[in-house]
Write a protein that binds this ligand. Structure first.
Ligand code: CP3
Length: 319
């Protein structure tokens, strides 16, 4: 279900009330394992996305990261000049994010070997955009200003993000992750020429280092219609697509080079269960001949999603 797996579940909301905030849950391996498993217990999916966030590495680099109700993530101070980039620290994931490995080990203990655990991190552009903007952004003004106005600084920031993400992903695989997903959620804000010239080299470096752990790597980008070939060129084994790309087109353009994942519109789940079944069946049928396909939503599940629609979805996909 990609992101915010928990918020639509009453058991998640109850755990969160009990444990404090979102980051407190992430930092406590027993709680993180519990909320990772909640949707699996209810619906029986065959893979669990470990409960964590793409903004955990920025916090380990010394940035204050908070999640504010109704606002979203807030990072302080924003990273917009050489001094701020120089202040970003390296971290040893076995120490600074030991909670994550511990959570993965706990999930493995409960899931057994039949179901996969997905580790993940943010892609260099998406993480850099949070560092630069200090929050979620619609237009990425500061990010694009730095990219265009101070290209060496921007490239150095991407490089720092990749440098810390490589051992961070290796830590997750050592703990038991079976596959790694790299989220370039906001990469669609760039045109293809810019994406290829300025972003793809660092994404490719991260993907290639991630693959050295011996696990498949999935690349996701929201708004990927114009970037399908670029994503496949990153070397990822799987490209995870949003709902705007017609399945037949994704298959025709990159389906011979990579496996595909996606692409049900998460808002489909606000329709009545019968419609959800029909739409999910439509996606499954559309990818039936694709060699290598993983069912997924085209973006994160939304907090107010009705449970009966989620149940209808998994009945359809898993039977
Ligand atoms: O689904 C899961 O629970 C798996 C773990 C996971 C989370 N975030 C937990 C989370 C994953 C894989 C993510 C990825 C993530 N985080 C992305 C990339 C995926 C995508 O959808 O594009 C991005 C962009 C983020 C950054 C982030 N974290 C945002 C924008 C938000 C939402 C803030 C808001 O208030 O709307 C978060 C918070 C977050 N991450 C929650 C969860 C369960 C919600 C926490 C809560 O309110 O309880």
């Amino acid at each position: 279900m990609m992101r915010q797996a928990g918020r639509y579940l009453p058991e998640y909301r109850a755990t969160r009330l009990d444990k404090g905030g979102f980051l407190d849950m992430v930092h406590d391996p027993a709680t993180a394992a519990e909320v990772t498993l909640q949707p699996i217990r209810r619906y029986g999916m065959d893979a669990a996305v470990i409960f964590c966030d793409i903004l955990v590495p920025p916090a380990a680099m010394g940035i204050e990261v908070r999640f504010e109700e109704g606002v979203g993530p807030l990072l302080d101070p924003p990273v917009r000049d050489a001094a701020a980039i120089n202040r970003l620290s390296d971290f040893d994931p076995d120490v600074a994010t030991a909670f994550l490995g511990a959570a993965i080990e706990r999930v493995r203990g409960e899931l057994g070997d039949e179901r996969a655990i997905l580790g993940f991190c943010g892609a260099p552009f998406t993480v850099a955009s949070y560092l630069i903007e200090g929050r979620s952004s619609r237009n990425f003004e500061n990010t694009k200003a730095l990219m265009l106005g101070s290209p060496e600084l921007f490239d150095r920031l991407l490089e720092r993000v990749v440098d810390v993400s490589i051992p961070y992903l290796a830590h997750q695989v050592r703990a038991g992750a079976d596959a790694l997903q790299i989220f370039d959620s906001w990469g669609g804000a760039l045109d293809e020429v810019t994406y290829r010239a300025r972003i793809l080299p660092s994404l490719t470096r991260l993907v290639s280092a991630a693959k050295e752990n011996g696990v498949p790597v999935i690349a996701y980008l929201n708004g990927c219609h114009h970037l399908l070939e670029a994503l496949a060129d990153s070397g990822a084994d799987v490209v995870s697509i949003d709902w705007r790309v017609p399945p037949a087109e994704a298959i025709a353009r990159i389906g011979d080079r990579v496996a595909l994942q996606g692409n049900l519109d998460p808002c489909t789940l606000f329709a009545p269960p019968d419609v959800v079944r029909e739409k999910a069946r439509g996606v499954l049928d559309a990818f039936a001949d694709q060699r290598g396909y993983i069912f997924n939503l085209g973006s994160g599940i939304l907090p107010k999603t009705p449970l009966e629609s989620v149940a209808a979805l998994w009945e359809t996909v898993l039977t």
